[in-house]
Ligand binder design. Sequence first.
Ligand code: F3S
Length: 65
Amino acid sequence: MKVQIDPERCQGHGRCYDLSPDLFTEDDEGYGRVAGDGLVPEGGERAARVAASNCPEKAIVLVEE
Ligand code: F3S
């Protein structure tokens, strides 16, 4: 699984990097960014889904591989 953030949708609510800091980080203005290459490590799927379901803008995309 990979995570992506749609920059057109992200409004900087910050729930992604608060809830799942291993997968997401923030830019200088508080908008969410994918940490690293966005590849979800073994066991990290739940954290990815939690972040995605808590983003009010539905900006997080989960890509099943
Ligand atoms: Fe943006 Fe959603 Fe995270 S609005 S900062 S992707 S919780």
